[in-house]
Design a protein around this ligand. Structure first.
Ligand code: ASP
Length: 460
């Protein structure tokens, strides 16, 4: 759950008292490791008694070990106000109806989510107070389903979300927005791509890399772009809507099965892998980059398929991986395994007997590639052929996380390996494509003329 302020206690509190410091004080703290300046933040539920949490001018928070503090001084005081002024979200009969589901993450945080000093901004009134432009776009209804950081999202949440979205679509909304932590946004996007089929309206997942108290926050703009997409975009697919370039010119819409978080802190972190994004979106227009998508069609009936087998594992292969990893999955009752293999889809020889054992026990093993771009090709080397004869099934260019989610979804429907294979290899929402843009992986890395020219400007 999102942290709540518990007050300082124990050693941290006595240190603050000793130096006559206050929470929200603008502090200069001298420690044996150097000097730090910033605002002393309230302690969150999960912090220990030995650290004082400081928000640095950069916006990042650091925990300072009280045992290292030699001096502290308050040079100012800046209490934060948690409450967002609530304003009634205006209703305009001519605007589309959009439903926003909240699940948590940074986008749901008013102040930095790591401090504990956060409030979820989710009632329509709070959102309108924070981002008034939303009222120019749509009539917004909101519902907080969960309040978790996205590492805590999982099958139960995926299924609950899918059912809630199905109900809302049946009520006739024009689009769905899901506010979500960015870390596992792409897992949830894949899960919803499988669990919600034939949607008549866009289903748009959105997050933010920086909380809304930071000047560089992407929260408001991402929300504006996501609600614009849910309201008016022609693409009725499960999509991720996030910052496109590093500036705030436009957002990109990514297919839910082809998207991945690619940078731990940049706002332009989400990228389509193995394909082109579906579209660009600005406040006033969509530029469609593809045309093979399901179009918005209000008379289409959505199908909700909320299935998931939790005992599925993803194994990221590394040199010298030992077979006991696979045997322990077998012993612990795992029902399916996705391997992210090296190169074209390889693992070392010592793993072969363990993989063969999986096959004998009808535990399906699917192969994906760690390179992310490109396809599994298991016919090229003997090793690949050996693996296939041990029952390993290649999954084309399905991304490893997507194959993991799809296997959970497939095994949730059947335990028969042949049926599971049919589900796995039947492309859904472009999770497996016939070809990838040949230069997609080269963009901004060199190797194509435009990019070489771009790079030359910096290396005269
Ligand atoms: N840890 C957060 C989450 O995924 C990060 C974010 O929201 O960007 O929930």
């Amino acid at each position: 759950m999102i942290n709540v302020f518990k007050g300082y206690k124990g050693r941290a509190l006595s240190t603050l008292k000793e130096f006559q410091m206050r929470v929200w004080g603008d502090a200069v703290i001298k420690t044996t490791r150097g000097e730090f300046s910033g605002i002393i933040l309230p302690r969150s539920e999960n912090d220990d008694d030995y650290h004082i949490v400081l928000k640095l001018k950069t916006g990042y928070n650091v925990g300072i070990d009280v045992n290292t503090i030699t001096d502290m001084q308050e040079v100012g005081y800046r209490e934060a106000h948690y409450k967002i002024p609530e304003k009634d979200f205006p209703f305009s009969p001519d605007k589309p109806r959009v439903k926003l589901f909240g699940t948590g993450g940074t986008i749901a945080s008013r102040l930095d989510y790591r401090t504990g000093a956060v409030i979820p901004a989710f009632s329509p009134g709070e959102l309108y107070g924070a981002v008034p432009e939303l009222a120019d776009i749509c009539n917004l209804e909101t519902e907080k389903l969960f309040a978790v950081f996205s590492e805590n999202m999982g099958p139960k949440e995926y299924m609950k979300l899918a059912v809630a979205i199905g109900d809302e679509i049946a009520r006739g909304v024009d689009g769905i927005v899901i506010g979500h932590g960015t870390d596992t946004l792409h897992h949830t996007a894949a899960a919803l791509s499988y669990m919600i089929q034939k949607s008549p309206v866009p289903i748009v997942l959105v997050g933010s890399q920086r909380s809304s108290d930071r000047p560089s926050s992407d929260a408001a703009l991402n929300l504006i772009h996501a609600t614009t997409t849910a309201s008016r975009c022609e693409i009725a697919e499960v999509m991720v809507c996030m910052f496109g370039p590093t500036s705030d010119e436009y957002a990109l819409l990514h297919q839910g099965t082809r998207v991945r978080k690619m940078h731990s802190s940049y706002r332009s972190t989400f990228r389509t892998i193995g394909d082109t994004p579906l579209a660009m979106v600005t406040r006033d227009k969509f530029t469609y980059l593809k045309n093979d998508f399901n179009r918005r069609r209000k008379d289409r009936h959505v199908e909700i398929k909320p299935y998931f087998e939790e005992k599925v594992a993803m194994v990221y292969y590394y040199p010298n991986m030992m077979p006991d990893i696979i045997y322990s999955l077998i012993d612990n009752g795992y029902k399916g395994i996705v391997i992210a293999g090296t190169g074209l889809g390889h693992v070392n020889k010592p793993l072969y007997p363990a993989i063969r054992k999986c096959f004998e026990l009808k535990i399906p093993v699917y192969m994906t590639v760690q390179t992310l771009w490109g396809y599994v090709h298991m016919f090229v080397y003997d090793t690949g052929r050996d693996l296939m004869s041990s029952g390993v099934i290649p999954t084309g260019n399905m991304l490893p996380e997507v194959a993991y989610i799809k296997l959970g979804w497939a095994l949730g429907q059947s335990s028969d390996p042949a049926t599971v294979k049919e589900i796995m290899l039947n492309p859904v929402c472009h999770d497996i494509t016939e070809k990838e843009p040949y230069n997609g992986y080269l963009i901004y890395q060199g190797g194509i003329p435009e990019v070489e020219e771009f790079i030359r400007k910096f290396h005269k």
